[in-house]
Write a protein that binds this ligand. Structure first.
Ligand SMILES: Cc1ncc(COP(=O)(O)O)c(C=O)c1O
Length: 362
């Protein structure tokens, strides 16, 4: 069969430039190796087991996932070292969690004793053990115990049957909100100070902390240098996107992921309409994607299946049927909109991956 190229793809298509993705993969693997911490990428970013295998082959210790159903999908596709960096709550989920713990090397985050009791019971029924990381709120104010309460919870968990207290996690996603590089670094360092408090509290109760897992694609560059940290869990670094360019941890040249679309209408000289809208890009941060290599052209409006583009200067020559690429604002939610991702190398199709854990929210 002749090699398919980018020109053969129907639109909208989610595409990844393999050369850029591999460079991003290597950069993070090298950085974490230099810092002496384990890399456990968050693969809810892409939900594609084949890419997770590339990350593991590149030196990652295992993966993080956010949802039990995502973990089940990855486990059936041969990923056997998974940390669910999230609270798993609900009677429908406990037996599934225990069964998965029986099959693979699984860890889960816990921030409440009652949740630990339920998970302990489910694991006892299955006759398996599950490793637990206490989730500490390091300033995001989402889930997590206060750092000063981490010792009490760790101690209680370690007394429960079939649970193995293994360490702590603290996700400092709030670092993204810093207005400058130095402010983002300051927020990350303050979060790690909270980690240090939690560690002190746990050590007072006599428990060993084997794993301290932290970090986002913004904060990992700061966190990994801290002595408290043993493991980092960035996700988006693999592709990058507008949000990470704005956060100054990537440049446009580091953005591996785009949506390819076609000019489906050119109603006026200064306005083009693309065949990819909010259903192809997602719009969770109410910010538009950036067009690649089209000076003067800017996406300024979305319908579900349309993007409105304003055209100035040379970009006014854009015509019906032309194909354009745009970098999403946020790669994770964009990927979750698509059934498959096309891997391109120098314009040739190298792979078409199914987004296997797409829509796995339970
Ligand atoms: C708990 C947790 N860890 C790690 C990550 C990865 O961070 P990022 O998306 O900035 O790469 C996320 C992302 O939401 C997360 O929720």
């Amino acid at each position: 069969m002749p090699t398919q190229t980018i020109d053969d793809l129907d639109t909208p298509s989610l595409i990844v430039d393999m050369d850029i993705m591999e460079r991003n993969l290597q950069r993070m693997a090298n950085f974490t190796r230099e810092c002496g911490v384990n890399l456990r990428p968050h693969v809810k970013t892409h939900k594609i087991p084949e890419i997770a295998k590339l990350q593991i082959d590149g030196g990652a210790k295992g993966v993080c996932l956010q949802k039990l159903s995502e973990a089940e999908v990855f486990a059936t596709r041969g990923i056997t070292d998974i940390f669910i960096t999230n609270e798993v709550v609900g009677k429908q989920k406990y037996p599934r969690l225990a069964r998965l713990a029986d099959q693979i090397d699984l860890k889960v985050a816990i921030d409440h004793y009652e949740n630990a009791v339920e998970i302990s019971k489910a694991c006892s029924e299955v006759g398996t053990e599950l490793k637990v990381l206490v989730d500490v709120d390091v300033g995001l104010h989402r889930c997590g115990v206060l750092p000063v309460e981490a010792g009490i919870l760790a101690d209680k968990i370690s007394k429960l049957k079939n649970l193995v207290f293994t360490g702590i996690m603290g996700y400092d996603g709030q670092a993204m909100s810093g207005k400058s590089k130095s402010e983002r670094e300051k927020i990350s360092n303050e979060a790690m100070d909270q980690i240090a408090i939690a560690q002190k509290e746990i050590r007072k109760t006599g428990h060993e902390i084997k794993v301290t897992s932290v970090g986002s694609s913004v904060s990992t560059w700061t966190d990994a240098r801290r002595p408290e940290v043993t493991e980092v869990q960035p996700g988006m670094y693999l592709f990058n996107a507008v949000n990470l360019v704005e956060a100054e941890v990537a440049t446009l040249d580091d953005c591996a992921l785009t949506v390819l679309s076609t000019v489906m209408s050119k109603p006026t000289e200064d306005r083009a309409i693309l065949d990819a809208g909010s259903k192809a890009f997602h719009f969770d941060h109410c910010a538009y994607p950036w067009l690649v290599g089209l000076e003067g052209a800017q996406i300024y409006g979305f319908s579900e299946e349309h993007a409105n583009v304003s055209l100035k200067g040379a970009s006014r020559s854009l015509k019906l049927g032309d194909r354009v690429q745009a970098i999403p604002q946020h790669c994770c939610t964009c990927i979750n909109q698509h059934d498959e991702m096309v891997a391109l190398r120098k314009g040739n199709v190298e792979n078409v991956w199914k987004v296997a854990a797409r829509g796995m929210m339970k």
